[in-house]
Design a protein around this ligand. Structure first.
Ligand SMILES: NC(=O)c1ccc[n+]([C@@H]2O[C@H](COP(=O)([O-])OP(=O)(O)OC[C@H]3O[C@@H](n4cnc5c(N)ncnc54)[C@H](OP(=O)(O)O)[C@@H]3O)[C@@H](O)[C@H]2O)c1
Length: 292
């Protein structure tokens, strides 16, 4: 979902030479292949959107989850370091235990309560261990084109059924992949480009908007405002004009193989910008995907 959003946005952009890989071209858990590919293309900037994201499956396929979400980041980090490339990597609210009511700052203690979260945390740790020039961007509750997501699932279920039950005791911030992608390009990638290619860009563009380079480290980036899955579903049905009865259930009533954190709120205390409220982002997604 997020990877295809970056690809769509970057393909044909005159400022970038983009190399994109799916699993069949480059399995990120193949250490030697990662090193080979990085050596061949010698990237300046790497955006890793690949992950094992099936949260419940991670409980049973632990080895695979750890390989892709954890160990592969050692290869990626080492390859970035040897090619002198900066890395943007995406991580998750699920690295936290969800017990802190107000949410989590970037430096809050991690303590995952499911295996997906544990494997993603291992990935973060490997990046921190094997390279310096990284941005680890933790985000939450992604929706957008090109992947399995809550908005599409709700619209599909709501169109088939008269009644649905949705969990009301997990809170977080839904995030539109287009907003996340635009912010990463504007605030994280552009300053690099400006440094690498200032002279060239000045020659061809009347006004170059310069952004201060964001220091390397861990960041939290989600659409603004928070909600629970139940209220998120109600908003989706209201905006999409789907007539369905939505019932509240608790996590204890709606059992899943992987436990989910109760509080998934990621506080952004380090960046001097925020993404727009998730309700506005949802409207944009629905307009673009369902109403055009
Ligand atoms: N979705 C969310 O709600 C959410 C929330 C917080 C953070 N994140 C993080 O945001 C990032 C993007 O998430 P997303 O929802 O866009 O994920 P996604 O749609 O599931 O895409 C992940 C991609 O990674 C590929 N992949 C899996 N194993 C691979 C391997 N060994 N080598 C290369 N590629 C592999 C998958 O290919 P196949 O489909 O062929 O397996 C898939 O195309 C991930 O890091 C995720 O952990 C997601």
């Amino acid at each position: 979902m997020l990877g295809s959003c970056f690809l769509k946005r970057l393909s044909g952009d005159k400022d970038f030479e983009t190399f994109a890989f799916d699993k069949s071209d480059l399995d990120i858990s193949d250490f030697n292949k990662v090193l080979d590919v990085f050596k061949r293309i010698s990237p300046d900037f790497v955006i890793n959107c690949a992950a094992y994201t099936a949260v419940d499956d991670c409980e049973t396929n632990r080895e695979e989850a750890l390989k892709v979400n954890g160990d592969a980041l050692e290869a990626i980090a080492r390859a970035c370091k040897s090619e002198n490339a900066a890395l943007v990597h995406f991580s998750t609210d699920y690295v936290f235990n969800g017990l802190i009511e107000g949410g989590y700052t970037e430096s809050a203690q991690t303590d995952p309560i499911n295996f997906y979260g544990q494997s993603k945390l291992r990935g973060e740790e490997n990046i921190e261990k094997f390279m310096n020039d990284y941005y680890i961007i933790r985000t939450s509750w992604l929706f957008g084109e090109g992947g399995k997501n809550f908005v599409d699932t709700m619209i599909s279920l709501g169109s088939d059924r008269d009644e649905l039950s949705v969990v009301c005791d997990q809170v977080g911030s839904p995030t539109y992949v287009n907003d996340l992608c635009e912010a990463v390009l504007k605030y994280f990638l552009s300053p690099f480009l400006e440094e690498l290619d200032k002279q060239h860009r000045r020659q061809f563009e009347d006004s170059v908007v310069e952004h201060k380079k964001v220091p390397f480290g861990i960041y939290h980036l989600s659409n603004s405002d928070t909600t629970c899955w139940y209220d998120f579903a109600v908003e989706i049905f209201k905006e999409a004009k789907v007539d369905v009865i939505v019932n509240k259930v608790t996590s204890a009533e709606f059992k899943t193989p992987a436990k989910r954190p109760k509080v998934s709120i990621l506080k952004n205390t380090k960046l001097d910008f925020n993404l727009r409220p998730w309700t506005e982002a949802l409207r944009s997604y629905l307009d673009l995907t369902y109403f055009r």
